[in-house]
Design a protein around this ligand. Sequence first.
Ligand SMILES: Cc1cc2nc3c(=O)[nH]c(=O)nc-3n(C[C@H](O)[C@H](O)[C@H](O)COP(=O)(O)OP(=O)(O)OC[C@H]3O[C@@H](n4cnc5c(N)ncnc54)[C@H](O)[C@@H]3O)c2cc1C
Length: 540
Amino acid sequence: MSHQESYDVVVLGSGAAGLTAAFTAATEGARVGVFEKNSRVGGTTAWSGGHVWIPANHRMAEVGADDSLEEGITYLTALARGLVEPELVHAFAENGPSMARYLEEHGAVEFFAVPGLPDYHPEHPGGKPGGGRTLGSTLFPFDTLGDWKDKVEKSPYYSVHLRMDETGIGSAVPKPPSAEEIARREEQDERGMGGGLIGALLAGCLRAGVEFHLSSPGVELVVADGRVTGVAVEDSDGRHQVTATKGVILATGGFEWNEEYRKTFLRGAIHKAASIPTNTGDALRMSLKAGAALQNMREAWWIPVVDLPDGVNSMNLEMINADRTRPRSIMVNRAGRRFVNEAANYNAIVGAFHAEDVTAFDYANIPAWIIVDHTNLTTYGSAGRPYSGTTPPWLVEAPTLRELAGKLGIPADELERTVARWNENVAAGVDPDFHRGESAHDLWWGDPYKKGTVEGTLGPIDQGPFYAMKLMPGTIGTKGGPKVDAHARVVDLDGAVIPGLYAVGNTSSPTGPTYGGPGGTLGPGMTFAWIAARDAVGTD
Ligand SMILES: Cc1cc2nc3c(=O)[nH]c(=O)nc-3n(C[C@H](O)[C@H](O)[C@H](O)COP(=O)(O)OP(=O)(O)OC[C@H]3O[C@@H](n4cnc5c(N)ncnc54)[C@H](O)[C@@H]3O)c2cc1C
């Protein structure tokens, strides 16, 4: 059966970028339809921590932080390595605070400023070692969503009833809520992190009259006289055409689950994606067919990952951040040598995984192993899970470093030398080789109870047995896609705007290699979504 529908604005995808665009367009008076490929709303965003990074945001003064538009632009420019158009840096920095304020003032989302959480490169010009740019998502009561509450994605990685700042990642120390408080949250189905953000945006969209179509992927753009006038959608009734009189906003996430695109475009190997598997680069294909130019194709939001056996979580992987940064741990390559500041942020560190050994003509640091001692394991657990008394199956265990090296197939003498040098440096309180512990970023991560001190990340590896975890490069989403201008309008190969077509979020993140700080993907994604919606609707 084929049928016709018409909206002012059609949004493809229901992550934070899609829902921010839909909410804004509807609030500005447009009739909006959201078409989502998945059977549930929320995309990777609903799986995420829900942090939103916005320089000079309206809430940072509440946590004693100050900032300015100029500092934000200076910082973003310093990280861009000349790979981001200055007009796009300005567009994000200038509109980010307005976007966040708009969502609050129009009742969609309530943010709070996360105290103390540093930028990812806080010592770069304009960086914030004391944080303030990261906005957290408050708890949202899903029982107010009626039938929609069961149509939102749940994170395979995080407990849905927690706020990020309660986990020890978004806070000075872990502040788990009491059992009574958790019971109350379960009763009202109050969810935090990315789930809370999506719940709040979804509620705002529904109030504003946005219509949702699940299990309805957009498959092709409709172009008439050079203008995008709609999109072909496939659902259980077959393929049909949906008209968009004011614009189509592509917010279908990245292409990380499309192996062909990964191989064609990304700068280096990816073992696994941690994002939602429906993100297969559909909007990239659609916009290429419509004549779009491309941008930022080689980049992703990178992260190291470890394979988990069946049954631990539904993705069979875990993203590895805290483990790398804690005392009594280092990372080594197959030569048994350290190769990086292990406590560097997850996006930057994958650059070291992509380094070449030109003699071997192979990646020098894939795979890598985290080496920890018994005190590390029993104190901090592994891969986000507390120590249970037995060695988790993703760790290789041996009584000595020499035997561990044998099991890993790496040179034992070299591993022993590496650990001995590490222990000497730890005793002196410095890491002259890779400068671990010198950045405010490194001092935030590490041992949550020693935050701010070098002992929070430097510690000897001297209590056997010893353990190794195999780390591989991964991603939480790719960045590249159709090239956009400062209004998030897609442009063609000649630089001319393709009228009626916008691309936002990970569908096209014009951020170069930059990951500014915690929330650095959702901040630009939601900001360009807000810009796109207002441009489509014609808001001044
Ligand atoms: C565990 C984890 C924690 C994270 N924490 C943070 C954090 O705290 N802060 C931060 O900034 N980033 C974080 N990230 C990254 C962040 O989640 C993503 O970068 C972000 O969600 C991307 O938003 P998006 O709206 O572009 O895409 P998504 O949220 O992935 O949404 C894209 C949607 O498009 C849909 N879609 C795909 N194809 C089609 C089609 N053809 N038609 C219609 N719909 C389609 C998909 O099904 C999906 O629902 C985290 C990621 C992970 C995995």
